[in-house]
Design a protein around this ligand. Structure first.
Ligand SMILES: [Mg+2]
Length: 172
């Protein structure tokens, strides 16, 4: 059984500061692409994301992309941002989170995973033993519209039900 309860909850990835990362006991930060740091299905970074990446790098926090998108797309974004990436990660399987920690030379328990899907990013991070951080999906998905509509509805109900279990919750 997958655990869908995130440890921390934020509105946007850009709300997470280097100080918070250190307080969470993490040495590196991994994140999802679609609806977490780039527009869903696109290449363009969300507002403030470029500055956020810079501030993390400046604070000496290694970053890592873990995405289920196809390898070529993750590779293009990885190259453009200068951040290591695993594409076609197979989330929620825990393998890619463990592999990322290994590539970073840290324990997986010292790795934060930020993502906007409970059943992929959070379930996978929890299964691997990483620090799971849920962020609100930036926009309504146009790709697989009905699938996502149902998924987001279930997620909202789940988040409401388990709200008292999050350590930090600034979610609307
Ligand atoms: Mg996503």
């Amino acid at each position: 059984m997958f655990n869908l309860i995130p440890k921390y909850v934020f509105n946007r990835i850009t709300d997470i500061t280097p100080e918070m990362v250190k307080k969470m006991g993490a040495k590196a930060v991994a994140f999802d692409l679609d609806n977490t740091i780039v527009y869903d299905g696109g290449y363009r970074l969300l507002e403030g994301a470029a500055e956020w990446i810079e501030s993390m790098k400046k604070a000496g926090i290694p970053l890592f992309i873990i995405s289920n998108t196809y390898r070529l797309r993750s590779r293009i974004i990885s190259k453009r941002l200068g951040i290591m990436a695993i594409g076609k990660a197979g989330k929620p399987r825990p393998d890619s989170f463990k592999k990322a920690a290994e590539m970073l030379g840290i324990n997986v328990s010292e790795l934060i995973m930020i993502g906007d899907k409970l059943d992929k990013d959070i379930a996978g991070a929890n299964a691997a033993g990483a620090i799971s951080v849920y962020v609100k999906p930036f926009m309504t998905e146009k790709i697989m519209y009905f699938y996502h509509k149902r998924l987001r509805k279930r997620e909202r109900e789940f988040m409401k039900k388990h709200k008292e279990k999050f350590e930090v919750s600034v979610f609307d």
